[in-house]
Design a protein around this ligand. Structure first.
Ligand code: PGA
Length: 259
């Protein structure tokens, strides 16, 4: 049995997909399909340009408490001459409570390193956002038996002990790089092994934080595999990419996460 304070969380990461029309249709379909009682926290992370429109729609739909907004990225500073970047305080002002940090696409395609990710995480906390810290190993690293070592190194680089003392809002997403967008999913046991290691890593630094932190799994999550993942004692939710683009499919994932 999982502690009740770790409310299951499902995150929709649209990546660079969608349009204004899709946003409107998706939100209507999603909200109308929800039951009255929804014991799952749901966070929509559309491209940043759609965040304020999403906020307006959610207000109109008058069920705004049922879905939170998050951003896919934010910069490491609050303001300044950083052409093209968006600050965490701006994201917060749009009504977001979450922001992704360290996603493997940011690491690999945009060359974000641990130093930059650590600064982004710090700035996000400072702006009253909860960063969803993404960690994960490549196929090569897994084959070399280095999975847990890589995960712990990534955590240590972006979540220094000092920060763990100061800010207890910790959310980590384990996203094996080989499972993202590939159709390959970690087995529930493979994912649980890593989640246990993450919780132990946190517990060695702050037991209370470790107990309260929600640890999510991401990588080709679908309606058909989510239940078995969520049955694992240390998997508290999922981060969903491609399956979140279809409102009905995403709704089925959310329903499967109800305890
Ligand atoms: P996927 O993406 O569900 O399409 O594999 C997950 C993610 O990148 O967060």
């Amino acid at each position: 049995m999982k502690p009740v304070h770790r409310k299951p969380c499902v995150i929709a990461n649209w990546k660079m997909h969608g349009s204004r029309q899709m946003l409107e249709i998706w939100l209507k379909q999603y909200v109308s399909g929800l039951p009255e009682e929804n014991p799952v926290e749901v966070v929509l992370c559309p491209p940043a340009v759609y965040l304020s429109e999403a906020r307006l729609y959610l207000n109109q739909l008058a069920k705004k408490g049922r879905i939170q907004l998050g951003a896919q990225n934010s910069y490491a500073e609050m303001t300044g001459a950083f052409t093209g970047e968006i600050s965490p305080s701006m994201i917060r002002e749009m009504g977001c409570h979450y922001v992704l940090a360290g996603h493997s696409e940011r690491r690999q395609i945009f060359s974000e390193d641990d130093t930059l990710i650590a600064r982004k995480v710090w700035a996000a906390y400072h702006a009253d956002l909860t960063p969803i810290i993404c960690v994960g190993e490549t196929t090569e690293e897994r084959n070399q038996g280095k999975t847990l070592e890589v995960i712990c190194r990534q955590l240590a680089a972006v979540l220094p002990e000092e920060q763990l003392r100061l800010d207890p809002r910790v959310m980590v997403a384990y996203e094996p790089v080989w499972a993202i967008g590939t159709g390959l999913t970690a087995t529930p046991l493979q994912a649980e092994e890593v989640h246990v290691a993450i919780r132990e890593w946190l517990a060695a630094r702050n037991r209370k934080v470790a107990n309260e932190a929600r640890l999510l799994y991401g990588g080709s999550v679908k309606p058909g595999n989510v239940k078995a993942l969520l049955m694992q004692p240390n998997i508290d939710g999922v981060l969903v990419g491609s399956a979140s683009l279809n409102a009905q499919e995403f709704l089925s994932i959310c329903m499967a996460c109800r305890q």
